[in-house]
Design a protein around this ligand. Structure first.
Ligand code: DON
Length: 304
């Protein structure tokens, strides 16, 4: 049996020695306040055993990682009708690019870039009576943790500086791919990005993608066919224009956020979350990618 605790302890000791820890995102001012020296990792295996190292219990802003959770909720409601409004191809572009959106008539390439996630939020605003409350309750239940919450300061900071997201939402609206009021949809989107979790909470949440669609409490969130699709989208689109690099170096489906978190998983085997706020040039956590590369290399556990 693999000694995950020793491996993640070693990896933590190694990566925290790195001199270049990347740059903390500052385009959302609230995120810029976090120290680049934080590093945490938490792994949960298929038996539900957890292993943590570093700052694995400290909460951070999960940002775009929430896009997988909103996708899961919308997909479980709409089924394959969702793909009429958003594609499943990697964009090869930064997460907030707008040019493809115009060239492709308002159908975002995939649900994990900002424009795609905004369409998914619109779907949920149409489906839910109280989207923010119901989405948070859904995530809390998935993680089996009622303490998970939105960070109102981060949500407000995003709203105040979310010019590109307003541009994307308005462009989508002009193509008829936003059905609700733009401000309502973006308020929901900004709150989703502003969910706070620790690595432990994040790994517990992503357990469903490792565990054939069922959470730690065995409730089914996605059926087998659906979880296959969501994992495939994470593999090809979870790291924007660095999805190829993440697949090449780490070899797992996963998702990053500009708060420095990464969640990744090996189906039927383990789920892991890392956090280090310093980002590389493509907006993915520098030490997080390095740590996960070491994890899959040292354990020889990846989808490849
Ligand atoms: O909308 C934004 O720009 C952020 N709330 C989320 C971006 C993000 O996390 C993309 N990540 N790598």
């Amino acid at each position: 049996m693999i000694d995950f605790q020793t491996i993640i302890d070693q990896i933590t000791a190694e990566v925290t020695q790195e001199k270049d820890k990347g740059a903390v995102a500052s385009y959302i001012p609230e995120l810029g306040k976090i120290s680049a020296n934080k590093f945490g990792i938490y792994l949960i295996d298929d038996q539900g055993n957890g292993y943590g190292a570093g700052d694995s219990q400290e909460q951070f802003s999960i940002q775009s990682i929430s896009k997988v959770l909103s996708l899961t909720m919308a997909f479980s409601h709409l089924g394959s009708d969702l793909w009429k409004r958003v594609g499943v191809e990697p964009s090869g572009d930064p997460f907030n690019h707008l040019s493809l959106l115009e060239m492709e008539n308002g159908i975002p390439r995939n649900p994990l870039i900002n424009a795609g996630a905004i369409v998914v939020c619109d779907v949920l605003v149409s489906l839910l009576k109280d989207p923010k409350k119901e989405f948070l309750a859904y995530v809390q239940k998935m993680a089996n943790d009622s303490t998970i919450a939105y960070d109102p300061k981060v949500a407000a900071s995003e709203k105040a500086t979310g010019f590109r997201n307003y541009a994307a939402a308005n462009l989508l609206k002009s193509y008829g791919n936003i059905k609700n009021d733009v401000d309502t949809v973006l308020d929901f989107y900004f709150h989703n990005c502003a969910i706070r979790m620790s690595c432990k909470q994040l790994a517990n949440t992503f357990y469903i993608f490792m565990n054939r669609g069922k959470c730690l409490q065995n409730h089914e969130y996605l059926n087998l066919n659906q979880v296959k699709r969501v994992n495939a989208i994470m593999l090809s689109c979870g790291f924007y224009d660095e999805a190829g690099e993440f697949g090449f170096r780490v070899g797992l489906p996963g998702k990053s956020g500009v708060g420095g978190g990464i969640a990744a998983l090996l189906p039927n085997n383990f789920c892991v979350a890392s956090w280090s706020p310093g980002l590389n040039k493509k907006g993915n956590s520098k030490l997080g990618m390095l740590a996960l590369e070491k994890l899959t290399t040292q354990t020889a556990l990846s989808i490849f």
